[in-house]
Ligand binder design. Structure first.
Ligand code: ADP
Length: 249
């Protein structure tokens, strides 16, 4: 409907690190239900923008809005409670616990909605069906009893995505979900992202253009901290400025 706010929106975002402008006046709207990829050469500001969008960094100026409401002034746990969750490139997995225990612990996390707070006091049995569902969503149903430490790199990334799903996000941010993976892992995670994106909005930072081509409805290209181009994948990738930015890397 007209006038409906984007799922996630940046307005004139700026982030300075001691005089260095890592994010330069980024304005960007991500519609509900879309898979949106943020791409750009190394040092373009993708990670910084990702941190700003997820509330892990406070902007120097500008705003971040989630379904029309400002979130840049909120602490990260409050952002999660409003429906935005992110996976971490640095592992959030407890290695000495099983895959299933990792998901159960995350399901009991106090960042869940206030109405679900008392679920922390419920038995683990009550959370088990939801844990199984999440493990199936991320393709780890066969691995539930294994120690997280024994998972392959790719399986750990799958578990990390599963852990972010425990927060029932309406908007899911994924930081390079296929990084460090071989062909098989990339295919598996790409399928997984397609699956978890059903009924959700997904924003991902991704450098593998094959993955971007397969997944993203729209992309935003960053260069020197600013938006170089934004739009449908097929239009943006033909943009001469985008081609030049990549060839110049
Ligand atoms: P990308 O993820 O696209 O490679 P980043 O967002 O990591 O880019 O970095 C963009 C620029 O900001 C880089 O030049 C980087 O050195 C700088 N930068 C990022 N984080 C910090 C920080 N905490 N302090 C100082 N400079 C930073």
């Amino acid at each position: 409907p007209p006038g409906r706010p984007p799922a996630l929106e940046a307005r004139h975002l700026v982030k300075d690190f001691r005089g260095f402008r890592a994010t330069n006046d980024v304005t960007l709207g991500i519609e509900e239900g879309e898979i949106h990829a943020i791409i750009g050469p190394n040092g373009a500001g993708k990670t910084t923008l990702f941190h700003l969008l997820s509330g892990f960094l406070t902007p120097t100026s500008g705003e971040v809005r989630l379904f029309g409401e400002r979130i840049d002034t909120l602490p990260p746990h409050a952002v999660v409670r409003r429906g935005l969750s992110r996976s971490f490139q640095i592992s959030s997995v407890f290695p000495s616990m099983t895959v299933r225990e990792n998901v159960l612990v995350a399901l009991q996390s106090p960042t869940r909605l206030p109405g679900q707070f008392w679920s922390r006091l419920s038995t683990l049995d009550a959370l088990a069906p939801r844990a199984e569902e999440i493990l199936a969503d991320v393709g780890l149903e066969g691995a539930h009893a294994r120690l997280a430490a024994d998972l392959s790199h790719g399986e750990k990334r799958q578990l990390e995505i599963g852990i972010s799903l425990t927060q029932d996000p309406r908007v899911l941010l994924l930081d390079e979900p296929t990084s460090g993976m071989g062909t098989e892992g990339i295919a598996r995670v790409t399928g997984l992202v397609e699956r978890v994106a059903r009924g959700r909005t997904v924003v991902l930072v991704e450098h593998n253009m094959g993955v971007v081509a397969q997944l993203a409805h729209r992309i935003t290209v960053l260069q020197y901290g600013a938006v170089l181009a934004s739009g449908r994948y097929d239009d943006v990738r033909r943009d001469p400025r985008v081609i030049e930015a990549y060839l110049g890397e």
